[in-house]
Ligand binder design. Structure first.
Ligand SMILES: NC(=O)c1ccc[n+]([C@@H]2O[C@H](COP(=O)([O-])OP(=O)(O)OC[C@H]3O[C@@H](n4cnc5c(N)ncnc54)[C@H](O)[C@@H]3O)[C@@H](O)[C@H]2O)c1
Ligand SMILES: O=C(O)C(=O)C[C@@H](O)[C@H](O)[C@H](O)COP(=O)(O)O
Ligand SMILES: [Zn+2]
Length: 370
């Protein structure tokens, strides 16, 4: 089985993203090729462990790689200090060395948690991502943002820490629930909306094939990874254009936090979908974006089954004040001023500094009453 390779160019910290079928069963040989002699701590969640752990463990064993396994509960609640401590203490307790590797097998939650553990144990171990959700394959496994949530908000504790290898096994997505696939698709659409209108139009024409697992799925993953790799190579630590990857996230993260990270209400990609629709509607309201573009974005997100309105979130109303408190904790805030990713239209997103909190609050108030 062939895989395609996308390189993330970061000088001495460059690495490959391999995309293709059968990569879970090849994990051992692929890791041994990049990190010869390394032992690994394999971090995963309970759902992924049930379905895919045996395949990966057997492959590591065949390659002669010693494995310590850590299984945490599935879901956003695992991105917290207690779980980080559990992972860190297990890795240290197993006497893994700096040259050994933490391997994240799972979605973005596992990648962010395990990656942060890799960044801090012995001040930095080797790190490999084996993403098993669409979201993780197109976004979170690439680019080195790792971390956990604080009680004050999303991803507030973490580090930039790049992996040495990403293995995106496209067939692992066959077991992903449709709701989670759609959530990941919000991040795929994001790449089109940021700066590639032709990709967005291609998604409008091909999304059914992406969802059903045809050739368009692999193409969508590869195009997304290439877009992310290019952005990260140009601005690894988000001093500039990398912030565009936050399209939809200022609103989305606030919604996730206000929902208490309860997956029955909202998962990250759904927050991004609503946040993206909000960012477009807010841009229309500010006279920056044609209304037809915002409507087209909303239509497409709805077509794939994603929420686009705050009222689509089940479980009772949210408050504009609470959302504004979370927005005030966003990592893009500079000297107390809000930064948002806004847009001039499909494929024409830009970074807007010094956005008026009053206008954001008024906008949210209106959105909450629709
Ligand atoms: N670091 C980054 O650059 C970055 C980018 C985007 C998102 N994120 C973070 O990623 C997280 C969201 O990631 P996610 O959407 O992958 O969520 P997730 O890790 O919670 O996975 C979603 C669900 O799918 C299950 N699952 C995973 N793989 C499966 C498979 N192959 N088959 C069946 N079930 C499977 C998981 O157990 C979980 O229940 C958020 O915390 C978000 O903040 C980080
Ligand atoms: O890689 C990036 O940069 C991103 O912003 C990707 C986002 O999809 C991701 O959700 C990221 O974790 C959000 O970053 P944060 O810095 O706002 O926590
Ligand atoms: Zn995201």
């Amino acid at each position: 089985m062939t895989s395609q390779t996308i390189r993330v160019e970061l000088g001495t910290r460059s690495y490959d993203i391999l995309i293709g079928e059968g990569l879970l069963a090849q994990a051992g040989e692929r890791i041994a090729a990049v990190l010869p002699g390394a032992r690994v701590a394999l971090v995963t969640d309970e759902n992924v462990a049930r379905i895919h752990l045996e395949t990966v463990s057997a492959s590591l064993e065949r390659a002669g790689i010693g494995v310590t396994t850590v299984v945490v509960p599935a879901g956003e609640a695992s991105k917290k200090f207690d779980r980080l401590q559990e992972v860190v203490e297990t890795v240290v307790g197993a006497r893994l060395e700096r040259g050994d590797a933490v391997v994240a097998l799972g979605g973005g939650v596992i990648g962010d948690l395990a990656g942060f553990a890799a960044a801090i144990v012995r001040r930095g171990m080797r790190f490999v991502q084996i993403p098993t959700t669409l979201l993780a394959q197109v976004d979170s496994s690439v680019g080195g943002k790792t971390g956990i949530n604080s009680r004050h908000g999303k991803n507030l504790v973490g580090a930039f820490y790049q992996p040495q290898l990403v293995l995106a096994a496209t067939d692992a997505l066959d077991t992903l629930p449709r709701r989670e696939f759609a959530a990941g698709y919000a991040e795929v659409a994001k790449y089109g909306l940021i700066g590639d209108a032709a990709f967005f139009a291609w998604l409008e024409a091909n999304w059914q094939d992406v969802f059903s697992g045809g050739p368009a799925r692999t193409e969508a993953i590869a195009r997304s990874c290439q877009a992310k790799a290019d952005t990260v190579a140009a601005d690894e630590r988000e001093t500039g254009e990398r912030a565009l990857l936050n399209l939809g996230h200022t609103f989305g993260h606030a919604l996730e936090a206000a929902c208490g990270y309860d997956a029955d209400r909202l998962v990250h990609g759904e927050g991004v979908a609503i946040g993206t629709a909000l960012a477009h509607r807010f841009s229309v309201e500010l006279g920056l974006c044609p209304a037809e573009d915002a409507e087209r974005v909303e239509r497409h997100l709805q077509a794939v089954g994603l929420p686009t309105r705050i009222s689509d979130i089940p479980g009772g109303p949210l408050s504009a004040d609470e959302l504004m408190t979370h927005i005030g904790q966003d990592k893009k805030v500079k000297r107390g001023r809000l930064t948002f990713i806004l847009t001039h239209g499909i494929g024409r997103s830009f970074i807007a500094d010094d956005v008026s909190p009053e206008r954001v609050r008024d906008f949210l108030q209106r959105e909450l009453s629709t």
